[in-house]
Ligand binder design. Structure first.
Ligand SMILES: [Zn+2]
Length: 172
C-alpha cells in the first residue's frame, strides 16, 4: 500500500513538475516592441519555423496560454559580432534579438530561423550554457559551429529536454 501511494505521489509530482513549456499546446509569437523591431515579419516567420522545428504547434491568434515574445535590443552583449541574440536565464518567455544584427543581416529566412532556433533552445531548456563546437548542433555558441544545420540534433534535444522545463513532442 505504501509503495502504491509513493508511486502515485511520484507520478503526480512528475505531472505537476512545473514545466514552463508544453509543446503539445499551441504557442503564439508576438513582437514586444513593434516600433523598433527590424524585419518583424521575417522574424515572426523564423520563430514559427523554430517552434515547428521543436515539434511545437504555432497559433496565429493570441488566445493561448503560451506566448513567445521577440524583442530587439542594443544591449552591450550585441557588441560582440558573433552574438545575434540572447535569452535571459532564468527565462522569461522573451527572446532578445540584437537590433544591429537584425538591421544589417540580409532578408534571409534561414539566417533568422537559425538565430531564433538557437535562442528558443535556451528558452525551452532554461539554460545558458552551450554545446561544444564539434557537436555541430544548434546549441553551439557561434553560428559557424552549426553552419547548414537546420534541425535540432539529438544532442540539442537532450540539452533542451533534460531538466524538465519543456515537455511534449521532442521532449516526450
Ligand atoms: Zn546561446
Amino acid at each position: 500500500m505504501r509503495f502504491l501511494l509513493c508511486t502515485l505521489a511520484l507520478l503526480i509530482t512528475l505531472n505537476c513538475s512545473g514545466a514552463h513549456w508544453d509543446l503539445t499546446n499551441p504557442i503564439h509569437v508576438y513582437i514586444v516592441d513593434k516600433d523598433t523591431f527590424p524585419k518583424q515579419e521575417l522574424f515572426i516567420s523564423a520563430a514559427n519555423n523554430a517552434i515547428l522545428a521543436a515539434g511545437g504547434i504555432v497559433l496565429g491568434s493570441e488566445f493561448t496560454d503560451q506566448k513567445l515574445g521577440l524583442q530587439s535590443t542594443d544591449d552591450d552583449r550585441c557588441l560582440n559580432p558573433e552574438v545575434r541574440g540572447f535569452t535571459h536565464i532564468p527565462t522569461n518567455g522573451i527572446i532578445n534579438i540584437c537590433r544591429t544584427f537584425a538591421n544589417t543581416m540580409p532578408y534571409t529566412l534561414s539566417i533568422a530561423t537559425d538565430t531564433v532556433m538557437h535562442e528558443l533552445g535556451h528558452e525551452l531548456a532554461d539554460k545558458g550554457e552551450h554545446l561544444s563546437c564539434d557537436t555541430k548542433s544548434i546549441m553551439t555558441a557561434v553560428p559557424y559551429c552549426h553552419q547548414g544545420v537546420t534541425k535540432f540534433t539529438p544532442l540539442d534535444i537532450r540539452y533542451i529536454c533534460e531538466n524538465g522545463n519543456t515537455r511534449g513532442s521532442i521532449c516526450d
